[in-house]
Design a protein around this ligand. Structure first.
Ligand SMILES: N=C(N)NCCCC(=O)O
Ligand SMILES: [Zn+2]
Ligand SMILES: [Zn+2]
Length: 322
């Protein structure tokens, strides 16, 4: 069901008239959700980093990504779409999550995102740590049933517990499989690399149903072959995409909490995402941006562009054109 009003959607502030560095930042200078009757696509910030195991700071990512998104323009040539022209896209602001209690934050995110989805909006979240994918997948699965997952990350994030804790940024996808939120025929990690605790990390992960396209596979096989393999696995299932920005090499994303050498370039990541055009994307998150470790906004710029392409893919699904 589309909630696009009969009149044209309210688009972003025109950066050819109002300088793009003026005024408060919303994602891509889009209207706030409270300025439009309803949104077909909502970008939501989640300022939360209580689930991290190493460098904190992802709570500041929604603001940094919005600032970095000021330079985005309304036509996306790579996907030949104007994502804001015929579909109402809006910035829904930040979810007020409890910074002291992970369980409470997880419940709040599930509830708030579920309520937004109930209005008919598709959601792209920006910011926060990878703990958040669990409540986001709970909300997605409640609406769509078990979903296919494309998980871009240096890490597996299928560990069982950390310090005995079940809800952390290293464990969301183990919980998601246990809770039946994922279609275990269609689970892929992309960009995996780096040292593990032991070989069992990999065998456990495989037992949960995941396939792995390592960072080195992307280099050896190339983007087109990787996209073909992933699309084959996803088919026409409802698809959730989770992007941990540490999938990028630290040269392309220094501002993150658990950096690993040997990652994707931002060009490779964007091209793989664009290869998903036509898949049944239903929602996405962009997590693990930690602005305090960033330089020259490299990481938040990459995250803003990733979110823009994800919004573009959702807009295409909702009928947007050039
Ligand atoms: N960045 C994410 N999501 N997870 C990293 C967990 C790595 C570790 O603590 O061993
Ligand atoms: Zn990671
Ligand atoms: Zn992760």
């Amino acid at each position: 069901m589309s909630h696009t009003p009969p009149s044209a959607p309210l688009g972003p502030v025109d950066s050819s008239r109002v300088p793009r560095f003026a005024g408060p930042a919303t994602f891509a200078r889009l209207p706030r959700l409270d300025q439009v009757p309803a949104a077909d696509i909502a970008v939501v910030g989640i300022p939360f980093d209580t689930g991290v195991s190493y460098r904190p700071g992802a709570r500041f990512a929604p603001a940094a990504i919005r600032e970095a998104s000021r330079l985005l323009r309304p036509y996306n040539p790579a996907l030949d779409v104007s994502p804001f022209a015929s579909v109402q896209v809006a910035d829904a602001g930040d979810i007020a999550v409890n910074p002291f209690a992970i369980g409470d934050a997880v419940e709040t995110v599930e509830h708030e995102i579920g309520a937004l989805m109930d209005t008919g909006a598709s959601i792209v979240t920006v910011g926060g740590d990878h703990t958040l994918s669990l409540p986001l997948l709970r909300a997605a699965a409640r609406r769509h049933g078990p979903v296919a997952l494309l998980h871009f990350d240096a890490h597996l994030d299928t560990w069982d517990t950390y310090f005995g804790e079940p809800y952390t940024h290293g464990t969301p996808f183990r919980r998601a499989v246990e809770e039946g939120l994922l279609d275990t025929e269609a689970l892929s990690h992309v960009g995996t690399r780096g040292p593990l605790y032991g070989k069992a990390d990999l065998t456990d992960d495989e037992r949960l149903g995941f396939g792995i396209v390592t960072s080195a596979d992307v280099m050896r096989q190339g983007v087109d072959e990787v996209v073909a393999r992933l699309r084959d696995r996803i088919g026409d299932r409802p698809l959730y995409v989770s992007v941990d920005i540490d999938v990028l090499d630290p040269a392309h994303a220094p501002g993150t909490g658990t950096p690993e050498a040997g990652g994707l370039t931002s060009r490779e990541l964007l091209e793989i995402l664009r290869g998903l055009n036509g898949a049944a994307l239903i929602g996405a998150d962009v997590v693990e941006v930690a602005p305090a470790y960033d330089h020259a906004d490299i990481t938040s710029t990459a995250a803003a562009h990733v979110a823009y392409d994800l919004v573009s893919l959702l807009a295409l699904r909702k009928g947007a054109t050039a």
